[in-house]
Design a protein around this ligand. Structure first.
Ligand code: ADP
Length: 653
């Protein structure tokens, strides 16, 4: 018999009443005895209220009561203690969880002693913990990363992914030194050294490094280590390990691809530069002979003594030469556009005057083909706009030139409309419509590609297939675009739209060229300095009939001498010459007292902006590129000498 049963009834009472657990004695399913704590647990104010009642009162329902009875009987009848967490009931009907410890008492007062503890609160916490633990286990098992716990440099736990990554079975890694996870002792020690400072302050340590599988192979990983409680040395270090093999491979591929791309880009740039250089050189080389061809075509065209057949021949030479020149210019333009080196130079332009000049040029060609040409524009067009006149004319002439080229009967129409405008800009629509051969639907988009031509071979021969590609790029640069609609056999309509800033200043426009016959006033003296005899002869042949006195020199030195000797009113100077080049000769003329003020027109086969700039810096009054458009030369001479030209009556381009 336990010791305390030998105590006096008073002592027994004191023990029972002061116990922190509920104590009940039951027999025959009734409560025979209980202490204050038991009454309190079940919500009774004193043991008296419980004693004498059936034990059923502390169970939620009969079923629960019966079940406990059955489960307990199995143990108690065998003389064993019974332990269970059981849901019980308070007096007010609410439920609570209790830990029940029952023990049968043998002997005359046969019954059971119950020790009851209210575990409602701790059970909640425990359930919570259980849930968290099972959630954790769920996360661990399903995580796509390896998770391993190490303690004292040994592996204590890991998840499925980790096992798979490192080649362990479910528990073959447990207890192994963490060192086996890396390639060498050195790397392991090094990792420890680097991780320690962060881990000891509670921060995670992260790195990428090679890890080792059980079969000895290695693989690239990213690792994060973390110690949950730095104050407690028994705490495990948690490692989260990610297999980065694929990532590393992708990274390597990307790096290599980038390197290849860079190399390809470099190669392309070199090739592109070579292409641009080649084109610039080629155009220079082609312009020089064209100078002679076009020059003499122009001069002979002025010769009244030619027979009709000869005149036709000269015309063909002139047209073929012009075609070649257009080709060269187009190719140069295209390569400049492709290299992003073509810049617009907007100036104030009188829009209506500009359109009339374009129309004048086109009308002549339309007349020659017996086509009707119409120019239509609204009266409320802005007066002056900022535009690169040369480029805008290039686009219009290209569209109109095509319209005339591809139309045999009917008309070509140039129609301007104002699509939108505000105080600063005008959105101008320009439509070129013809009644020509039209374009098949399948060719409509292709014709804007460089070198794309559609339609008959005879027409193709007259073009390069570059015009529309260049025109569209120029339209883009002017903030607009070109589109086309067409019906084969009926005609085409090309619509260009551009955004043009509106300005208040008066605009200018280059007049349509008219054929010159001579000039009013005293005879003027022109000195032509060029090492190529043909070029000189060309100038002489052109300028003499216009009434100029023409002198010649074959290089810069001779040029300086002649300039002093004949005191010319104007000098035409070739830039590239032996002995003394044109630029240097120009500089010296500008430095000489007698020659300082003589206007000098520099001529170069290089059509670039840079060579224009160089000439002007050397002191040139004007710059022309070869092949020299003789009309342009006359314009410059007239401007520089203030000449009053005598024109032929008919206006032709
Ligand atoms: P090119 O006229 O020098 O051949 P373009 O780029 O200016 O080059 O034109 C490309 C092609 O578009 C032409 O060859 C022609 O087939 C077609 N095309 C352009 N304008 C017209 C038009 N008004 N009517 C019919 N076809 C045209």
């Amino acid at each position: 018999m336990p010791e305390f049963l030998r105590a006096t009834p008073e002592e027994m009472n004191a023990i029972l009443e002061n116990a922190a657990v509920g104590i009940l004695f039951t027999s025959d399913r009734g409560i025979r005895l209980c202490n204050a704590r038991a009454a309190e647990i079940f919500g009774f104010s004193s043991p008296d209220e419980l004693v004498g009642q059936t034990a059923l009162v502390v169970y939620p329902d009969r079923e629960s009561f019966e079940r406990l009875g059955r489960e307990a009987a199995a143990k108690l009848d065998a003389g064993l203690p019974f332990d269970a967490d059981w849901q019980m009931r308070k007096r007010d009907g609410s439920t609570l969880w209790c830990h029940l410890h029952g023990k049968a008492v043998a002997g005359p007062g046969r019954g059971t002693v119950w020790i009851v503890d209210d575990i409602t609160a701790s059970r909640g916490a425990r359930l919570q913990l259980q849930a968290t633990t099972s959630e954790m286990a769920g996360i661990m098992d399903n995580a796509p990363v390896g998770i391993v716990f190490t303690h004292d440099r040994r592996i204590t736990r890991y998840n499925a992914r980790f096992a798979e990554m490192f080649g362990f079975t479910a528990d073959s890694g447990i207890g192994q030194p963490a060192r086996v996870l890396l390639r060498s002792d050195e790397e392991y020690e090094e990792l420890g050294r680097r991780a320690a400072p962060l881990l000891s302050t509670g921060r995670p340590y992260q790195c990428e490094m090679f890890a080792r599988r059980q079969d000895g192979s290695d693989f690239w990983t990213s690792m994060i280590a973390y110690v949950q409680n730095t104050a407690d040395p028994t705490q495990a270090t948690i490692w989260i390990v990610e297999d980065r093999t694929e990532f590393k491979r992708a990274e390597e591929l990307l790096r290599r691809a980038n390197a290849e791309l860079a190399a390809a880009r470099d190669r392309a740039e070199v090739a592109n530069r070579a292409k641009s250089d080649f084109l610039a050189r080629m155009s220079h080389e082609l312009r020089t002979p064209l100078n002679g061809i076009l020059g003499y075509a122009q001069i002979l065209d002025l010769d009244a003594s030619l027979s009709e057949r000869q005149r036709m021949g000269v015309k063909v030479i002139g047209q073929a030469g012009h075609h070649l020149l257009t080709l060269i210019d187009d190719i140069l333009d295209l390569s400049r556009i492709e290299a992003g080196r073509l810049d617009l130079a907007p100036q104030p332009v009188d829009l209506r005057a500009f359109l009339r000049v374009v129309a004048d040029i086109v009308r002549v060609r339309a007349d020659q083909k017996g086509l009707l040409f119409e120019l239509v524009f609204p009266s409320w067009l802005p007066r002056t706009v900022l535009a690169d006149e040369r480029r805008l004319r290039q686009v219009l002439l290209n569209l109109l030139g095509n319209a005339i080229k591809f139309t045999e009967h009917g008309s070509v129409r140039l129609e301007i409309s104002l699509l939108a405008s505000d105080a600063e800009r005008a959105h101008v629509g320009i439509a070129v419509e013809d009644s020509g051969v039209g374009i098949a639907p399948e060719h409509l988009q292709r014709i804007f590609e460089p070198f794309e031509q559609a339609g008959q071979a005879s027409h193709r021969a007259q073009g390069s297939g570059l015009g529309l590609a260049i025109s569209r790029s120029l339209a883009h640069m002017m903030g607009g675009d070109i589109s086309v609609t067409s019906r084969p056999g009926q005609g085409s309509r090309f619509s260009l739209d551009v955004w043009l800033p509106v300005v208040d200043a008066p605009g200018t426009v280059q007049a349509a060229p008219r054929r010159i016959r001579g000039y009013h006033g005293p005879r003027r003296r022109v000195l032509v300095v060029d090492d190529v005899i043909n070029n000189r002869a060309l100038m002489v042949d052109y300028l003499l009939p216009l009434g100029f006195e023409v002198h010649q020199a074959a290089d810069g030195v001779q040029g300086l001498d002649r300039a002093r000797a004949v005191a010319p009113d104007l000098i035409v100077m070739d830039n590239t010459m032996p002995v003394l080049d044109g630029l240097e000769a120009t500089r010296r003329l500008r430095a000489g007292d007698d020659t300082r003020h003589v206007p000098i027109v520099c001529v170069s086969a290089s059509a670039t902006q840079a060579s224009r700039q160089r000439s002007l810096e050397a002191g040139a009054s004007a710059f022309l590129s070869k092949p020299v458009d003789l009309r342009e030369l006359a314009d410059e001479i007239g401007r520089l000498l203030g000449l009053d030209w005598i024109y032929e009556p008919a206006a032709t381009p």
